[in-house]
Design a binder for this molecule. Sequence first.
Ligand code: GDP
Ligand code: IMO
Ligand code: MG
Length: 427
Amino acid sequence: MAKVDVLLGLQWGDEGKGKIVDVLAPTYDVVARFQGGPNAGHTLEFDGIKHVLHQIPSGIFRQKTKNIIGNGVVLDPIVFKTEIEKLQQYNLNVKQNLFISKKATLIIPTHRLLDQAYEKAKGDHKIGSTLKGIGPSYQDKIARQGLRVGDVLSDNFKDKLDKLVALHNEILDKHALAFNWSELEAQFMEAVGFLKQFQLIDSEYVINQELKKGATILAEGAQGSLLDIDFGSYPFVTSSSTVTAGACTGLGVAPAHIGEVYGIFKAYSTRVGSGPFPTELVNEEGEQMRKHGNEFGSTTGRPRRCGWIDLPALKYSIMINGVTQLLMMKADVLSIFPVIKVCTHYQLKSGEVTEVIPYEIVNEQITPVYTELPGWQSTLTGCTKDTMPQALLNYISFLEKELAVPITLISTGPDRTQTIHRAEARK
Ligand code: GDP
Ligand code: IMO
Ligand code: MG
């Protein structure tokens, strides 16, 4: 039986998952998203065009690849319709190549309103949610009152919707949030009609049948391990399991059928939204990183917080995910720095120096302990495996030694072609 390889972010999201899934997709028969929803913004660039995908798997531009939206995803039909309409100009035959799990949870318009209401109520402690309705829809899923994609096929879908909206209204009334339900409902029902034209499937059967046939499958993560509901800096996290185990529950794949785990990370760190970020640079260097790395959110356009690479955090993510290969993104962005800093340890308030992420990270004052390495200060444009500057090779070796996992791919720009394979990714 073939295995499912998993590609996921090891930091706080936006590591470049979309680009790499698109790069690897020709070597896979199936690409499947296993969690998250329209909070994700996965960017792909080729032929001079930039595409941002939110819910549709990043294998969609590869015509021979089947794309599956798995049961672990929360799907907003309105966003889905807009995404598909944007793709229409590229003649991708999405109706044939895209499959959606009937067990995926639906995001309905009141979920977005609830997201707003909950964030507002948090006052000074906002999570910095993308406000796409992610938390409230997962809440309904776990509370066993959510709607699922398969429900749109039933005759009483409208009754089910009305019941859920009535529940939401009880909460929304208390938050005094004004909205026009009939307008939202009309927009939602139109999008539901649109969704019904697609292949709504029992994706766990399809995926396991594909595996039996020997098909190659890539599970595409959204967000990052440090935003995981269990292992992230709670409560400043998203509401899903962003880790390898999430691919098992989010697709119906047994743990023994997981193969390679590609852990993707930026050569530095970024975070969008609130929450602890030990190596954050609130200074000119941080500004330079943001500017040179074009660090603005793909979904919300918000400026991303920037800082040096954080090895205790990466080691933690590698441990939780069982990462077998590391993929380093945005190496080109560090070309501007004469000295590159690597955080190897945390110094806590008590003075203790540790590699362990403290439980109290949200309230702890962490001082990063840095090692400095010389920068390469040269452009990586056109750079190949054999022409990488020595200082970059030294940076890679340093990280590989610290992280004890090989770095098999280096990305040097947003385009598909700006990718250096140091080893064949798929075994
Ligand atoms: P994702 O959510 O993990 O798919 O990542 P995003 O698409 O949100 O953010 C990554 C951003 O970096 C996008 O704008 C990409 O086009 C861009 N990008 C990806 N790889 C590279 C790289 O190696 N160098 C540079 N400069 N940009 C990159
Ligand atoms: P991709 O897949 C970066 C962040 C939000 C916020 C927190 C909770 O593109 O890497 P939510 O909308 O889930 O309630 O937000 O998580 N966040 C992301 N940050 N990349 C993402 O996705 C993110 N999805 C959510 O900014 O801090
Ligand atoms: Mg993103």
